[in-house]
Write a protein that binds this ligand. Structure first.
Ligand code: SAM
Length: 427
């Protein structure tokens, strides 16, 4: 047993046993989560205060205003898989407006370690150590009055076994923060495992990192829909060897009916790697209806994709379903960037976060997936075309173009595939 001291941000932790997990590379993940939680908790407090005020106003004068109306809005966080407790210590010290944090782990050694760390960092009044199976603990908190404002899932590998409990134990308008580190599975190395874990087939493609994010999002949505709940993604990041998504959870059966229109199957050409989306279909809004939620006929799945690729006549592989609605909320992303610049934080990975979020903010957030410049040029056996040239050709043809934060050689665009090939062939 080795006793090691680690400092990250304002937290100092002791690693008494090597069996308790600590990964220095995840500092970026923790720093980013701190910024996101700061922006989220401010919004959440404001939203819940407004809701309480409206509720109080709606009561007639004769009604007595009960104690729940007067209560301060509580912002509670569950770190369901906490290991050393480092993340919870940092949330306690660096996130404003937090009432209480529960740090949980199934390992007795981890819980002993975190208790020592909470004492040493003087956060014991705010952070409670819990020794339980994460799912069992979350199921105990699924009643609305018991739910957490935010739940952080940071497991080894795949998070899907925790999702059923997590989507039920977050408040309405609350936040779910989910990490997945099983990138080989999500990026197409074992599509069958991906199906059994996430309910979607992954593909080996240049845009696999964004596809991984979209597979995880459809998986969370599917779990939420079982309880008439649905997700609204705020920020979805691919970094190093993992992905991390931040989604809000709401309740509303009518919104769950819109889920199929946010999903598509993916046809990947084995020759040119072209990706064609086949929407799962959905309810068409009724233009004569004043209420926009009153939907008309269900449109079935999009037209079948041709057996062979129309660009190079090769076969298709079928993957998905993936989430095709936006994966970020650009307004929220700008506010996280604002939080980063507010000088309240001194984060070890500040510059990297600024770089990544600036790219995310510029991403064409309603265009799923992307082309890869090296793959396009490679397919026609040409030297890789300069990125700037490609981007200006697309812009000159009147279409939108952006990078994806997930790849340096990515081209996200509204341009049709035929135009992309014309540009590549003729430059
Ligand atoms: N969030 C931590 C951080 O930022 O440093 C790292 C968490 S580590 C990747 C995963 C932890 O989950 C391990 O400490 C492990 O003991 C714990 N764990 C695994 N299965 C669990 C379960 N079913 N319930 C609760 N904890 C579990």
């Amino acid at each position: 047993t080795k006793n090691k001291t680690i400092k990250e941000g304002p937290a100092v932790i002791n690693l008494v046993s090597e069996k308790v997990f600590y990964n220095p590379v995840q500092e970026f993940n923790r720093d980013l989560s701190i910024l996101v939680l700061n922006v989220f908790s401010e919004d959440y407090r404001a939203e819940k205060t407004l809701q309480a005020q409206k509720k109080a106003q709606n009561k007639s004068v004769a009604d007595t205003i009960d104690d729940t109306d007067k209560q301060e809005v509580e912002v509670t966080i569950l770190e369901a898989l906490s290991a050393t407790g480092l993340r919870s210590i940092r949330y306690a010290k660096e996130v404003a407006n937090i009432t209480k944090i529960v740090a949980n782990d199934i390992s007795q050694q981890a819980v002993q370690t975190m208790k020592v760390n909470f004492e040493q960092n003087e956060v014991s009044h705010m952070v409670e150590a819990s020794h339980d199976d994460a799912c069992m603990l979350m199921y105990k908190h699924k009643q609305p009055s018991q739910r957490f404002s935010a739940i952080d899932l940071d497991p080894y590998g795949c998070p899907s076994i925790f999702l059923d409990a997590a989507v039920q134990s977050v408040q309405d308008g609350g936040l779910l923060l989910v990490t997945a580190t099983d990138m080989a599975v999500l990026a197409g190395n074992s599509p069958e495992t991906c199906y059994s874990k996430y309910g979607a087939v992954s593909l080996k493609t240049k845009c696999c990192h964004e596809m991984a994010l979209r597979i995880l999002l459809q998986c969370i949505e599917k779990h939420a829909n079982r309880y008439s709940r649905y997700i609204v993604p705020l920020l979805s990041i691919s970094a190093d060897f993992y992905i991390r998504v931040f989604v809000k959870i709401y309740t509303g059966a009518i919104h769950c009916k819109k889920t199929t229109s946010k999903l598509a199957m993916v046809y990947q050409c084995v020759g040119c790697d072209n990706m064609t989306l086949q929407p799962l279909g959905g309810f068409k809004p009724n233009p004569t209806e004043k209420n926009p939620n009153q939907m008309k006929a269900f449109l079935p799945m999009g037209p079948p994709v041709t057996e062979h690729c129309v660009h190079c006549n090769q076969r298709h592989h079928l993957g998905g379903p993936i989430w095709t609605a936006p994966i970020h909320d650009p307004v929220f992303v700008s506010r996280v960037l604002g939080e980063l610049c507010s000088e309240r934080h001194s984060l070890g990975t500040r510059d990297r976060i600024e770089g990544v979020l600036s790219m995310v903010r510029e991403e064409l957030h309603d265009v799923p997936l992307y082309y890869s410049m090296d793959r396009l040029s490679g397919r026609v056996h040409l030297e890789t075309m300069p990125m700037l040239l490609m981007r200006s050709a697309i812009l000159n043809a009147g279409h939108k173009v952006s990078y994806s934060h997930a790849s340096k050689t990515s081209i996200k665009t509204t341009a049709p595939t035929r135009l992309i090939w014309d540009i590549v062939r003729t430059w």
